[in-house]
Design a protein around this ligand. Structure first.
Ligand code: SAM
Length: 329
């Protein structure tokens, strides 16, 4: 088991497959100038699959979520997914993606056994999309979502980040679109994880504000809190249900006490929290002849040292050195 000293057990592994991305969302990456991880530091497909296997067969990992950067940019993605779904016990698998290229790869991912996708979509307006993501790719994203649903990668969940003065009035339209298409929408509060350190508490759009804006157009009823478990999203039934909308209030409504996540970066670092300032490097063991049990031991120690909370609301909070794109969101 991957247990920490506060009684939490990590069963959900987020695996970053690359730090590169084909969008430049303003809350995540600068327009240019971000240095990529050195090529030799990146884990090979075989190394990644070995680590995922250790997580699943020795450490109790039950869910594997592929992310990045943009995971669809990883050439070996379909093979990595297939090797993961061949593990026993078979983990639940998901992919967090911006959707660009998903229209082409969704059938192969479904064939490889991927269970479902999370697609990021912050607006339905092409001009706002271009301003926010610094690329004109909205149609590709929408096509990718439709292809994922058609391939059975369901439920398709949609992640949205609202930025004040940019897309903060898009919330009702995004929800209407997701309801119409059978997608499950979740709004994520903007977190201090951008490479350019531009996050400001006083301008972030809070969970309360998002609920107020949605409440003008929809009837929202909290779903039963008892069923939330370790899920980051607080769910609300929309217009009597069964459809729901989720709010991930990472900053104003932290859920660290129920966290069951652990992260593996594309260069082989275990991170016990998105906001951790320390990492455990598995590469020396991986590339130096370490046994599976030795790797598992280092991994256990990394999780055991997990702090009780992310500390964003503490005056002494310091943003981690790695940006979200290199951690894996
Ligand atoms: N490229 C993929 C994508 O777009 O989903 C996967 C990686 S991306 C880092 C994962 C998620 O993190 C996306 O939904 C994105 O919107 C979210 N994200 C990135 N930076 C964020 C920030 N500063 N605060 C909150 N969410 C953020």
């Amino acid at each position: 088991m991957l247990a920490d000293s506060y009684g939490r057990v990590a069963t959900d592994l987020r695996v970053s497959l690359t730090d590169r991305c084909n969008l430049r969302c303003t809350y995540c990456m600068p327009p240019e100038g971000l240095e990529w991880l050195p090529k030799d530091d990146l884990l090979t497909d075989d190394e990644l699959v070995r680590l995922i296997g250790i997580g699943v067969t020795r450490l109790g990992i039950e869910e594997v979520r592929f992310t990045g950067g943009e995971p669809l940019l990883r050439r070996g993605l379909v093979g990595i997914v297939a090797a993961t779904t061949a593990l026993r016990p078979r983990p639940h698998t998901a992919l967090t993606t911006n959707g660009i290229g998903l229209a082409r790869t969704a059938p192969a991912l479904a064939e490889a056994g991927l269970d479902r996708v999370n697609v990021s979509l912050d607006t339905l307006r092409p001009d706002v999309f271009e301003k926010l993501a610094r690329r004109r790719r909205l149609t590709d994203v929408l096509d990718g979502m439709a292809a994922a649903a058609a391939a059975g990668l369901t439920p398709v969940k949609v992640n949205s980040v609202l930025m004040r003065g940019v897309n903060d009035d898009d919330a009702p339209d995004l929800l209407r679109y997701c309801l119409d298409h059978g997608y499950e929408l979740r709004f994520i509060e903007q977190m201090p994880l951008d490479a350019q350190h531009g996050w400001r508490r006083d301008t972030m759009v809070t969970a309360d504000e998002i609920l107020d804006r949605l409440g003008v157009h929809f009837d929202l009823e909290p779903a039963d809190a008892d069923t939330r478990g370790s899920a980051p999203a607080e769910l609300f039934h929309v217009d009597g249900g069964p459809a729901t909308v989720g709010i991930i209030g990472s900053v104003t409504r932290p859920f660290c006490g129920a966290c069951d996540r652990v992260r593996l970066t594309a260069d082989g670092q275990i991170r016990n929290c998105l906001f951790a300032r320390e990492e455990s490097d598995l590469r020396p063991l991986l590339r130096g002849g370490g046994t599976d049990e030795e790797i598992a031991d280092r991994w256990r120690a990394a999780v055991a040292a997990k702090l009780p909370g992310h500390g964003i609301n503490d005056p002494s909070f310091l943003q981690p050195a790695r940006p979200m794109s290199a951690i894996g969101g």
